[in-house]
Design a protein around this ligand. Structure first.
Ligand SMILES: Cc1ncc(COP(=O)(O)O)c(C=O)c1O
Length: 507
C-alpha cells in the first residue's frame, strides 16, 4: 500500500479548488454583467493603433516561466478586453455582418466548456451529440428546409459551412476524386461551376482548397438564366463537366437575394448540385415580408447558414445543411481502426464533416433558440430589417445624403455635399465623392460613436454600408447614425477640399 498522499490527490499547477473556482467565477460574472450593462455608454471602438494595442498588454513579453495567481490574471484580462476592444454587441455597431452575442450564448459557452464534451463521436458526447442533432433539425425547420429528413452539422462559420456544401457537391459529381485527386486519372472530368461575381470570397477559397482552382468558377453576372444556359452549352461543348450552381440568399455587400427559384430549376434541369450561401440571409426567409425569392433556398441540395450572424450566437457557429444526409458521409467518411464508434442509429460527427475532435457549439444555439423562440427570432429579424429601411428613408429624405440600396438589413448610402448634387454622375465629382466617403468612413470609426463598413457598388461607387444584425439597436441609434454621418461628412468635406480639391473649395 502506498501511503504517499500524492497517490490519492495530486496538486497540479492548473487545478483550482471548487471553492476558489466559485469565487473567481462569481467575480468574473459580476464584471461581465457590469460590462454588458455599460456597453451603450462606451465607445464602439477605441480605434487604437497596433502600437497602442501592443503597448497596453506588453505584447513583447516572453513566455512566463512561473505561474501567476488566477484572480490577478482574470482581473487583468477582463479590464484589458473591456478597454481595448471593438464591441460588436454595442447598439451602434453596424459593421460587416457580425452580431453581438446573445447573453444566454455567453453563459452557454461557459457551461459547454465546463463539461467539455467531444462532439466528434456519439460515445464521447451522448447528450451533446443529440442536442446538436436537434439544433440542426430546428435550424432546418426555422427556414423550412426538409425538417424531417435533412442532415447537417455545426462548423466554425459561413466559410466552413459553404466549403462543406462544396465538398459534398464535388464528391457527388465525381466520387473517385476522394481517392484519385482532381487530376488523378486520365479521364478525370474538368469540373466547373456557376456563381455570380457578388458571391462571398469563401467560393475562391473553396475552389482553391479543393484543388479545382478558381478558374473552375465560371462567373455569370447577376445569374441571368439565358446567360447561364448559354454558358452551360458552351462549357459542355468545350469538354467541361459543370457540377454546381451557387446562389446567395443575401449577398455580403448589399444583401441582394439571387433568383434562387430559377437557379433551382436550372440546376434540376441539368442535374447540377444547387448550393445556397445563406450565411447572411437564410434566416430571413422565416420573417414575414421578406423577398419571395428567398424561398428558393428550400430547393437547395445544400445550404450554409450562420448562427453567429442573424441568430446572434457568440462566435463561432456556422452550420452546413444538406438535403440528403448520406451526401456528407459520401464526402467525408473514413473508418480508422483506432476508433470504436460504430453503433446503430446514431451520428458520429467526425464521420460527416472535416473536423475530428469538436466542441459543443450547439449548446449556445440550442439555448438561444429556446430563449427567444422562433417567434422571438422572427421579430428580431423583422425589427433589424425595419431599422435598415428606416436608415434608407432617412438618407433619402436628407439633402446631404444619397440613399443607394436597401436589401434585408443592409442599407448603403453616401454623403453628398449639397453643392455637388447637381453634378452627380460627372466623373470628377464621382471621384471626389469616393474619396470623401472613404475618409468619412475612417472618421466615423475614429469617433467611436458608431462603426459601419463599406461597399463598392457597380460602377465603382464607394458607399457607406450599415448592416443591422443587432438586437440592441433602436430607432434612436439609427437616427443618431444619420446625424453622425452628416456632421462628420461636413467636417471631412471641408478638410478635404482645402487639402486636395481647392477648385471645389470655392463654395
Ligand atoms: C454571404 C456570406 N457568405 C459567407 C460569409 C462568411 O462567413 P464567416 O465569416 O462566418 O466565415 C459571409 C460573411 O460575412 C457572408 O456574408
Amino acid at each position: 500500500v502506498n501511503n504517499d498522499n500524492h497517490h490519492h490527490s495530486r496538486t497540479a499547477p492548473l487545478d483550482i479548488s471548487s471553492e476558489r473556482f466559485r469565487a473567481l467565477g462569481h467575480r468574473l460574472i459580476d464584471e461581465i454583467a457590469d460590462f454588458l450593462g455599460s456597453l451603450h455608454t462606451r465607445p464602439v471602438t477605441p480605434a487604437e493603433s497596433p502600437a497602442q494595442v501592443r503597448a497596453a498588454f506588453d505584447a513583447a513579453r516572453p513566455l512566463p516561466e512561473d505561474g501567476t495567481d488566477p484572480q490577478a490574471l482574470l482581473n487583468r484580462a477582463a479590464s484589458l478586453l473591456f478597454d481595448h476592444s471593438l464591441f460588436n454587441g454595442h447598439p451602434r455597431f453596424y459593421g460587416y455582418i457580425t452580431a453581438g452575442p446573445a447573453p444566454i450564448g455567453i453563459l452557454a459557452d461557459l457551461l459547454a466548456a465546463a463539461v467539455n464534451p467531444n462532439t466528434g463521436a456519439w460515445k464521447l458526447s451522448p447528450l451533446a451529440t443529440e442536442i446538436e442533432a436537434q439544433t440542426i433539425r430546428w435550424l432546418a425547420q426555422f427556414i423550412g428546409y426538409y425538417p424531417a429528413s435533412c442532415g447537417g452539422l455545426l462548423v466554425s462559420g459561413g466559410n466552413m459551412a459553404n466549403l462543406t456544401g462544396f465538398l459534398a457537391a464535388r464528391a457527388a459529381a465525381h466520387p473517385a476524386v476522394r481517392k484519385q485527386g482532381v487530376a488523378g486519372a486520365p479521364d478525370s472530368p474538368r469540373l466547373c461551376l456557376y456563381a455570380s461575381p457578388e458571391t462571398h470570397t469563401w467560393l475562391h477559397k473553396a475552389a482553391d482548397l479543393t484543388g479545382l482552382g478558381t478558374d473552375a468558377i465560371h462567373w455569370v453576372p447577376s445569374l441571368d438564366l439565358n446567360e447561364l444556359e448559354a454558358r452551360y452549352r458552351q462549357d459542355k461543348s468545350d469538354g467541361f463537366q459543370p457540377f454546381l450552381v451557387v446562389g446567395s440568399a443575401g449577398t455580403v455587400s448589399t444583401g441582394a437575394v439571387d433568383p434562387l427559384p430559377a437557379l433551382a430549376a436550372f440546376s434540376k434541369r441539368h442535374h447540377l448540385w444547387f448550393h445556397v450561401d445563406g450565411a447572411y440571409g437564410a434566416f430571413a426567409v422565416a420573417a414575414p415580408g421578406t423577398p419571395e425569392e428567398l424561398k428558393g433556398l428550400q430547393l437547395a441540395d445544400s445550404i450554409a447558414v450562420d448562427p453567429h450572424k442573424w441568430l446572434y450566437a457568440p462566435l463561432e457557429a456556422g452550420c452546413a445543411l444538406v438535403r440528403d444526409p448520406a451526401s456528407l458521409t459520401a464526402a467525408f467518411s473514413y473508418h480508422p481502426p483506432y476508433y470504436n464508434f460504430s453503433q446503430d442509429d446514431i451520428i458520429n460527427y467526425y464521420d460527416i464533416g472535416p473536423q475530428n475532435s469538436r466542441g459543443f457549439r450547439a449548446l449556445k444555439v440550442w439555448l438561444a433558440l429556446q430563449h427567444a423562440g422562433a417567434s422571438g427570432y422572427r421579430k428580431m429579424i423583422q425589427d433589424d430589417i425595419a431599422l435598415a429601411r428606416r436608415l434608407y428613408h432617412l438618407a433619402a429624405a436628407h439633402p446631404q445624403l444619397e440613399a443607394l440600396t436597401h436589401n434585408l438589413s443592409i442599407t448603403t448610402l453616401r454623403y453628398v455635399p449639397a453643392d455637388l448634387r447637381p453634378t452627380l454622375g460627372i466623373q470628377s465629382t464621382e471621384d471626389y465623392l469616393n474619396d470623401l466617403n472613404q475618409h468619412l468612413l475612417a472618421a466615423i470609426e475614429e469617433s467611436g460613436e458608431a462603426f459601419i463598413s463599406n461597399a463598392v457598388l457597380p460602377g465603382g461607387k464607394y458607399a457607406l454600408r450599415a448592416c443591422i444584425v443587432n438586437f440592441r439597436t433602436s430607432a434612436a441609434d439609427i437616427e443618431a447614425l444619420s446625424h453622425l454621418i452628416v456632421r462628420l461628412g461636413r467636417q471631412v468635406d471641408a478638410g478635404l477640399r482645402r487639402q486636395t480639391a481647392p477648385a471645389l473649395a470655392a463654395e
